[in-house]
Design a binder for this molecule. Structure first.
Ligand SMILES: [Fe+2]
Length: 289
């Protein structure tokens, strides 16, 4: 068993070394502002945080999100919770024959908002209904993946820049997901360039990749660049770098999009209902290499 890492009145268990932590015994609904700030600080030491056994109204979820930063309104407004433009719905649920949220999104390894000039900081997911099997969320530790590369490869990729494209991303999505993005929505996100390797505040370095949006590595043949990206993603998503989150109702899972990749996994959507509320915490500034 892992040892708790603080003397707080709740239990904190590390996830895969310094990748993140799981917290039990803390109620976000009644936590003080000081406790929320403490949780945010704990989260910032790693890249991933899990809080179990929560029961949150949308207001309480938003309050927690705001303790992490500024929340973004979502680009696909039709799937936000009425009255809560920052709460996005992931679900296969239908009401009056209409799907209430996004379904079958994020099946490939990616990071949210890599196509933005200031990529998203954090994604927060809160499970209200969860299938008893499947629908796991996988998270790859891009710092550990960078650190495991041979020194010559580290040096070679550290100076590279990558062109990320929202339009390219949409072209590769599941047709069901693609159909709900309008040209006007795509027009709000012109192509952007980000470093392939990011530096964290503590000086550690991390790969920055996404399967959907990475159109090319600058200065390389586009197809050769995409091949290199595929190889680096294959490296970073090996079991030793991946945390698999098995959902329980009441879980809150958050991750830093700048230092992780994630993907969804399949579930039996005819037999089970999934209902998850998602927040996006806006990124402050571009990415530093
Ligand atoms: Fe995602």
């Amino acid at each position: 068993m892992s040892q708790p890492i603080t003397n707080a009145p709740y239990a904190v268990t590390p996830i895969k070394g310094n990748f993140g932590a799981e917290i039990t015994g803390l109620d976000l609904a009644t936590a003080s502002d000081a406790q929320l700030a403490e949780i945010a600080e704990l989260y910032r030491r790693g890249s991933v945080l899990v809080l179990r056994d929560q029961k949150l109204t949308p207001e309480q979820l938003v309050r927690f999100g705001e303790a992490l930063g500024t929340l973004e309104n979502h680009t696909r407004e039709q799937f936000t919770l009425p009255g809560f433009p920052t709460v996005y719905i992931l679900s296969n649920k239908e009401v009056d024959g209409k799907r209430i949220g996004v379904h079958r999104d994020g099946m490939g390894w990616h990071t949210d908002g890599s196509y933005l000039r200031e990529p998203l900081d954090t994604t927060v997911l809160y499970a209200l209904e969860s299938p008893p099997e499947g629908a796991d969320t996988l998270l790859a530790d891009m710092r550990a993946a960078f650190e495991a590369l041979p020194a010559d490869v580290q040096q070679e990729v550290a100076g590279k820049e990558v062109l990320h494209s929202f339009v390219y991303l949409i072209g590769q999505l599941d047709p069901e997901a693609r159909s709900v993005v309008t040209a006007e929505q795509a027009g709000r996100a012109p192509d952007v360039v980000h470093p392939l390797v990011l530096m964290r505040e503590d000086g550690s370095r991390s790969l920055y990749l996404s399967s959907g949006s990475t159109r090319e590595i600058l200065g390389e043949d586009p197809e050769a660049g995409r091949q290199r990206v595929r190889e680096l993603i294959a490296h970073a998503t090996q079991d030793q770098f991946v945390y698999r989150h098995k959902w329980r109702v009441g879980d809150v899972l958050l991750w830093n999009n700048r230092y992780t990749m994630h993907r969804a996994t399949e579930y039996d959507d005819k037999a089970y209902i999934r209902l998850v509320h998602r927040l996006w915490v806006a990124g402050q500034g571009g990415l530093s290499s």
